[in-house]
Design a protein around this ligand. Structure first.
Ligand SMILES: CC(C)(COP(=O)(O)OP(=O)(O)OC[C@H]1O[C@@H](n2cnc3c(N)ncnc32)[C@H](O)[C@@H]1OP(=O)(O)O)[C@@H](O)C(=O)NCCC(=O)NCCS
Length: 353
């Protein structure tokens, strides 16, 4: 029997829009303070995508362009692109289609995955199967979200949490046996009442009334979601460790979804892992939903070494949650880091709009 092909992340690249919204800026918009936001969430600032006609696809495309440049990959070599997003540009076409068009990836499959903050892990798990099955050899997985489009900037309990951003990874057959070793996905739709966006879909199409009632924004019951998030993140990481015979001292990095610093700290504590083994970007990017995990990988890339053991974990709307056990496939220190931020947003407004 031939040994099974393993999928590996062989490159990562991120994009953050240039405009920054600080806690001090928010304190001028709603009744909050830098001290409250910092203490309760760990967030100091977040990036916001500004510019007429720019949507999630703009940031996704910037991340993919960087990924292609960094790996010297031609768009025509990509065989599939999967985009995780909870803020698609449109109901249809899907954002993955738009990103492909923007970066010159033509006539290959591309689709979106919607699993809120767990979306990147869902998309990674789905995309991984095409490599393992031997169907494709170069697949891109993007996590991109323009949360500022669905955040109510009069609701102090949610508007302080979210930011905009995108990051993309290249998946290929493992060059050295390292890669995605195990994944775990969970969901519970009964959690929807605690975290949702009511209007804009087929159940409640947009009307003057839905707009007036602010139903196109995120509704989040913070304390309830917090409780489930801690339980869910702990559940997947503990289960992945148990079924892969991993002790805490064998883990090099925890790569958690960045929703709240306190959720991450509690998860690490339950695993018995020191915080210097945990990736944090929340202080500068906030919660970028599907982009948090790949942005962490991008931020910490230079510290990652071949064979490092990583535990990825996320929790979000749905409820949906999940995890992945990954052994890192390359030496991050030897990768030249491109600057993912262009000084001004490149206009991506399609001619038909
Ligand atoms: C949203 C969150 C930061 C709120 O923190 P919290 O410690 O639970 O705070 P609470 O909601 O209990 O509110 C405590 C008090 O702070 C107030 N408050 C809420 N937001 C505030 C803000 N931005 N500034 C100042 N005060 C604020 C509340 O009104 C409340 O006041 P009260 O005691 O007078 O009623 C936290 O619950 C959280 O992170 N939840 C999970 C988010 C998440 O994981 N989402 C899933 C992925 S998207």
């Amino acid at each position: 029997m031939t040994p099974q092909t393993r999928a590996a992340i062989t490159a990562v690249h991120g994009y953050l829009p240039p405009d920054v919204l600080t806690n001090a800026d928010l304190a001028r918009m709603v009744d909050t303070t830098d001290a409250w936001i910092t203490e309760r969430t760990g967030i100091k600032q977040r990036h916001i995508l500004k510019g007429e006609g720019l949507g999630t696809s703009h940031m996704g495309a910037e991340a993919v362009r960087g990924l292609l440049a960094k790996t010297k990959t031609k768009p025509e070599d990509i065989e599939l692109l999967v985009c995780a997003t909870t803020t698609p540009d449109f109901v249809h076409p899907c954002t993955a289609n738009l990103i492909c068009d923007m970066v010159g990836i033509r006539s290959v499959g591309s689709f979106d995955v919607q699993a809120a903050c767990s979306g990147f892990l869902y998309a990674l798990t789905a995309a991984c199967q095409f490599i393992v099955a031997g169907t494709y050899k170069k697949v891109i997985v993007v996590g991109a979200d323009k949360m500022s489009a669905i955040v109510d900037y009069t609701d102090r309990a949610t508007c302080v949490l979210f930011g905009d951003g995108a990051a993309a990874v290249l998946l290929e057959p493992s060059p050295n046996g390292n890669g995605i070793m195990d994944t775990l996905l969970r969901s519970d739709g009964s959690g929807a009442k605690h975290l949702h966006q009511k209007a804009g879909g087929s159940r409640m199409p947009p009307t003057a009334e839905t707009v007036a009632k602010r139903l196109h924004y995120i509704h989040q019951e913070g304390p309830q979601v917090y409780k489930f998030a801690v339980a869910g993140m702990s559940e997947v990481t503990t289960e992945l460790m148990a079924r892969n015979n991993l002790r805490a001292d064998m883990i090099d990095w925890v790569v958690p979804h960045q929703a709240n610093r306190r959720i991450i700290e509690t998860t690490a504590e339950r695993l018995g892992l020191p915080l210097d083994k945990v990736m944090f970007t929340i202080q500068k990017y906030g919660n970028t939903t599907t982009a948090t995990i790949p942005l962490c990988l991008w931020d910490y890339e230079s510290k990652l070494k071949t064979g490092d053991r990583l535990l990825l974990a996320a929790f979000g709307g749905g409820f949906s949650w999940g995890g992945a056990y990954v052994t890192w496939a390359y030496d991050g220190a030897s990768v030249p880091k491109l600057n993912g931020n262009t000084p001004k947003p490149r206009l991506e407004k399609s001619s038909w709009l």
